[in-house]
Ligand binder design. Structure first.
Ligand SMILES: Nc1ncnc2c1ncn2[C@@H]1O[C@H](COP(=O)(O)OP(=O)(O)OP(=O)(O)O)[C@@H](O)[C@H]1O
Ligand SMILES: [Mg+2]
Ligand SMILES: [Zn+2]
Length: 508
């Protein structure tokens, strides 16, 4: 049975929101002194309270018996606003991201509220709006009717245009520290009369990695597995079981083209009640490590693995080509958000794995051509030197060494971008499909239009050039090309107008 603790324990007033003290105090003060602004931006990592706070705020500004800025949850307004209603409009920008939807919103905002003083529009995952939808939203944000408050929420603040940012009062939700998570978990378990020991509490809180929702999802799995009497041994089993071992099994089944085993491995991974979105994120992280190892990274701290785990990663990475791993990485990174909104996340995850098995022929083909990027590790036994000159001549023609160096250089640039906390750029760079070195220029290709638009900026290209130059002095420029041929037709159709407007360069 799944308890869905995170649903049951959604905070209903400001005082129940854990950890975001500064934000909560500021919002309460604004309500108490009636100094509201008409657009708020709630940003920060997932599962830290953005949507919950937005909903509390929407009731609080309309509550007629509010105390200390909190909604009373009892007055007619609070009760009506707690049910589905027309005055609190939640828009999920992940699925309603087109300009038509925002135009529709612009018409509807003019109607006055039916229940209380304010209509509140909560636009979740606002970074998913298209450029034209952003422009339409901007017009509304410039002159909103007095009875309207917008709350935009996002996990990816860097994807928002500056014009939107400058019109909102911004609040940054933070990941929660361990002790706050432990305290919160304790109170949830006590209220549910679930038995636990201190060590298990810490282990579960740690697995949440700062997110209350992720922590409560893990707590759900552990509690069900332990039949509500949590022991450390069982906690370890559930948390340990669902992570790397399952991912390893899934990847090995894919490598062996073994569909039966693949389904069995997926079942084992999620059979413990593991949150599929978390599993998918871990899968993407795992594959990212495989890519990094392929390009020669062997620093445990960069890979964020234990020293003893390196050989396992290396073994698995040797079963795939780098292109294949890159594709697998972007697949899992891209379905992570879809999983959150999917009615059947299990199917979505399984179909992503199946798609990877189906694309194995390319991988097999790659395996026939010796991989130039077998990162030479100190632990690897030395390969006997092949004596055959003609073969060497053959290989020199296609210059595999040059490409290896470029892949390695690119891997190092990516690491530097991440180390310097340029997350926006890092995320966009994940969509780079190909890197070429021509003369002293590094040319990167992407078929993702929004990543292209993000990267194609003189400052950002300049930063990339500087970073590349750290590793290879001969690099004097970095250029990005948008590969429209490989972009999906839908993308192209959707963006055709913007393409011409923004004078985007296409690869010839
Ligand atoms: N600060 C918090 N205090 C108490 N509970 C929280 C907090 N943050 C998250 N939760 C728990 O996680 C659940 C989801 O939280 P919420 O939807 O507010 O997160 P979010 O920041 O909007 O996440 P996302 O970015 O994924 O949309 C809540 O129902 C609640 O159980
Ligand atoms: Mg949310
Ligand atoms: Zn009320």
């Amino acid at each position: 049975m799944n308890l869905a603790l995170y649903r049951e324990f959604r905070p209903r007033n400001f005082d129940e929101v854990v950890g975001q003290d500064f934000i909560i105090q500021t919002l309460k003060n604004q309500i108490k002194t009636d100094k509201l602004t008409h657009a708020y931006l709630f940003c920060g990592p997932r599962g830290t309270g953005k949507t919950s706070t937005a909903k509390i705020f929407a009731r609080a500004v309309n509550c007629t018996h509010s105390t200390d800025g909190n909604p009373c949850n009892m007055c007619a307004e609070c009760v009506a606003l707690n049910e589905p209603n027309t005055d609190i409009v939640e828009i999920d920008a992940a699925s309603n991201n087109r300009v038509e939807e925002i135009r529709d919103l612009r018409e509807k905002v003019n109607f006055p509220p039916l229940i209380g003083k304010y209509k509140v529009y909560i636009i979740d995952e606002v970074h998913m709006l298209t450029d034209s939808a952003f422009n339409a939203l901007l017009k509304t944000l410039e002159e909103p009717p007095k009875h309207v408050i917008f709350i935009l929420a996002t996990t990816e603040i860097h994807k928002l245009p500056a014009t939107i940012l400058s019109r909102c009062t911004r609040f940054d939700f933070k990941l929660l520290p361990m002790n706050t998570l432990v305290e919160h978990l304790k109170s949830v378990f006590d209220k549910k009369q679930i038995k636990y020991d201190e060590k298990s509490l810490h282990l579960i809180a740690k697995a949440g990695e700062g997110s209350v929702r992720d922590m409560l999802s893990v707590a759900d799995s552990v509690a069900s597995f332990c039949n509500y009497d949590i022991t450390y041994e069982n906690t370890e089993k559930v948390i340990g079981l669902s992570n790397k071992d399952s991912i390893k099994n899934i990847l090995l089944s894919i490598a062996n083209n073994d569909i039966n085993n693949l389904f069995a491995s997926i079942k084992m991974a999620i059979g413990t009640g593991k949150n599929i979105q978390v599993l998918c994120k871990e899968m993407a992280d795992f594959i990212k490590n495989l890519v990094l190892i392929k390009v020669g990274v062997n620093d445990y701290t960069i890979l964020d693995i234990l020293p003893g785990e390196f050989s396992t990663y290396l073994d698995i990475s040797n079963k795939f080509s780098i292109d294949y791993l890159k594709r697998a990485f972007s697949k899992f990174a891209s379905i992570e958000l879809d999983l959150k909104y999917s009615l059947n996340p299990e199917n979505l995850f399984e179909s992503a794995c199946l798609e990877l098995i189906n694309s194995l022929p390319t991988q097999a083909q790659n395996a026939l051509t010796p991989e130039p990027t077998k990162a030479a590790q100190p632990t690897q036994p030395a390969q006997p030197t092949p004596p055959a000159e003609p073969i060497q001549h053959e290989t020199q023609k296609v210059e595999p060494k040059a490409q290896t160096e470029i892949e390695r250089l690119w891997g190092n640039v990516l690491i530097k971008v991440k180390e310097n906390n340029m997350f926006a750029l890092f995320n966009a760079l994940k969509n780079v499909n190909k890197v070429e070195g021509i003369a002293n220029k590094l040319i990167i290709h992407t078929n993702d239009l929004s990543s292209y638009e993000m990267i194609d900026n003189p400052d950002r290209l300049g930063v990339l050039c500087k970073l590349a130059n750290l590793f290879d002095e001969s690099v004097h420029a970095v250029e990005i090309l948008y590969d429209k041929d490989t972009a999906s037709t839908q993308d192209i159709k959707d963006n055709l107008k913007e393409v011409f407007k923004n004078k985007i360069k296409f690869k010839e």
